[in-house]
Design a protein around this ligand. Structure first.
Ligand code: ADP
Ligand code: MG
Length: 238
């Protein structure tokens, strides 16, 4: 579960093609990072996979099924944004439970999953608080918890740590990497931060103006960048 394939996927907004047709395979269980400068199309690509934008052409397959025109809620994916998008009037417990309530998961099962997510994310003591009573890092953990309880076949992160201060960011990177080890679930992580890309990724996809410049492991990109853009962006010596 969790293999995602893009076949000649493109995206235009009006007359402007922001993603020319591209092919990409994300393997099951892999931690893939989309990296590139602001405006290069990282969020658009992630939103196409999530189904929050329609493709202009091409096909998206998730677990071998054609998902190109499947609505977002039916793709089995969970997205975590930079703005936590929590409900301020609901407790942490209710925020985490919300997607399960929508999906009519039985209450006992909801409680089991909430306990497990709270344990994994060190939120056990905060379940009765409201988001306004939490730190930025804790709020982002609640947003991740809300994704976990959906038991998605893949997690999609769009710059989840860019609102956090530098020290907290380092800790949260580690937490997300550990979560990936534990869950063994496909994760796609968008960032413009090459340090995040180099430290977290199994596979990095380098984008420039909607074009994939190179795909490879952090070491491959560092030692054998295909061009000056990749070398410059990854910070390799060549
Ligand atoms: P990134 O996430 O890498 O910063 P985006 O995917 O947000 O880049 O944007 C890629 C390009 O597509 C930008 O030029 C942006 O202005 C454009 N774009 C994104 N969303 C829309 C939209 N809904 N309508 C028009 N243009 C958009
Ligand atoms: Mg973006």
């Amino acid at each position: 579960m969790g293999r995602i394939t893009l076949d000649k996927v493109s995206k235009s907004f009006g007359d402007v093609q922001v993603i020319p047709p591209l092919d990409l395979t994300i393997d099951d269980g892999e931690f893939t990072v989309f990296v590139g400068p602001s405006g290069c199309g990282k969020s658009t690509l992630l939103r196409l996979i999530a189904g929050l934008e329609d493709v202009s052409s091409g096909q998206i397959r998730i677990d071998k099924q054609d998902a190109t025109h499947v609505p977002p809620a039916k793709r089995g994916l969970a997205m975590v944004f930079q703005s936590y998008a929590l409900y301020p009037h609901m407790s942490v417990r209710k925020n985490i439970a919300f997607p399960m309530k929508m999906a009519k998961v039985p209450v006992e099962e909801q409680n089991r999953r909430i306990e497990a997510a709270a344990n994994a994310l060190n939120l056990t003591d905060y379940l009765d608080r409201r988001p306004g009573q939490l730190s930025g890092g804790q709020r982002q953990r609640v947003a991740i918890g809300r994704a976990i309880v959906r038991e998605p076949s893949a997690f999609l992160f769009d710059e989840p740590l860019s609102n956090l201060d530098a020290a907290l960011r380092v800790g949260m990177r580690l937490e997300i990497s550990e979560l990936h080890e534990r869950l063994e679930t496909t994760m796609i992580y968008v960032t413009h931060d090459q340090v995040e890309a180099m430290t977290m990724a199994d596979k990095i996809v380098v984008l420039q103006a909607g074009v994939i410049e190179q795909v490879g492991s952090p070491l491959e990109l560092y030692h054998t960048p295909r061009n000056k853009f990749v070398a410059g962006f990854i910070g390799s010596p060549k």
